[in-house]
Ligand binder design. Sequence first.
Ligand code: CA
Ligand code: CA
Length: 448
Amino acid sequence: MASPSHRRSLRTRRAVLVSTAAVAAAGLGAAVFAMTANAGPVDLAHQVLPAKDGWAASGTGTTGGAQADSAHVFTVSTRAQLVKALGSATNSAAKIIQIKGTIDANTNGAGKKLTCADYAAGTGYSLAAYLKAYDPATYGRSKVPSGTQEKARAAAQAAQAKNIVLKVPANTTLVGVPGTNAGITGGSLQVKNVDNVIIRNLTFSATEDCFPQWDPTDGSTGNWNSAYDSVTLRGATHVWADHNTFTDAPHLDSANPKYYGREYQIHDGALDITNGSDLVTVERNQFTNHDKTMLIGGSDTDSVGKLRVSIHHNVWKGIVQRAPLARIGQIHIYNNYFDTTTLNGYAPLYTINSRAKAQVVAEHNAWKLPSGGRTAKLLSGDGTGSVAGTGNLVNGTATDLVGAYNAANSKKLKTTVNWKPVLTTGLQTTAKNLATELARTTGAGVLS
Ligand code: CA
Ligand code: CA
């Protein structure tokens, strides 16, 4: 058990306990924190969310697995090792899981690659049979699929879910080992009904549903819907998502076929925050090559009094929509850089959507708008959501995005909110240099 990394963790643990208290008392940020302890720098795996760094710093703050004992510090590089280290979903012992290299979630216990055909085996599902069974020309458009092929599809989907959904228990830090291209491909991290989780320095790629479901009643022309977000927070509290990269690559939406005239969408969200999740800080991530990127609140009736999320210093590039789509909660969006140039076929619809009475404060963010792009299309709403805040730049110029949106739309955004952000460590009151600064300080792989 006493691997070199294991021993290193033991050595630094005492130092962390000292410096955590010191930092909390002094209200210092992460950079200072890492250098505080007399016993030496705190390693990446033991760092905790700095004081006042967004909503996840509220109350008890977010420490993940920083207090793990030596038996609960793991280094994993296969899906099987990761599953074992996570343990049961109700295992609340503080634990640090360091991911080394890229873990493919579509592998079995022996490390063998699993394909969509493997998950479908024995279920009777085939895409050709499914398409024949629910063709709107014969099945109509008034009812959702049911019957033999839908049952088979659900069974195949359940087989894939069993393999790729990775349930994160309370008091966990998941962190990529620097210099190893650490991440999870094809997986869906699920943080459900647990508290205190840190997810850092990981690349989440190619989260794909082998078995999208046809819903002819979704919208006016029906939609293909997929089941998995790369990271999904459901009823989760105190979560810090920091320095991660989210991307559909290598299978981009431009490669999706169309069936029944609609895109056969194999991706769902990148980082969705739903079902009464609360106290979340999303910091210095890169979101790229993705359509429905971040949902806050799964429906207009998701929990009132929760869904409090801080989103800061992230790069959004090649994103179609939901950056984020915000419902109900008090949501602080600051110091982000949104590049709305079409990238790899991902053509932006809008950036921030505030609906279902969401109380969004968006300030000191920077947008890049390509020539021909319209400022009025950067926001969206249903007429009940708010977007307050100043200091937003479009192509370097201070711009009233809400004013531009409201001048062009009948369902107007409200401009006042019922709260004032106070957990704002690191907030910069100018967005001028964000494009340059965030290019080298965000995403997986820049921490050491
Ligand atoms: Ca969906
Ligand atoms: Ca989702």
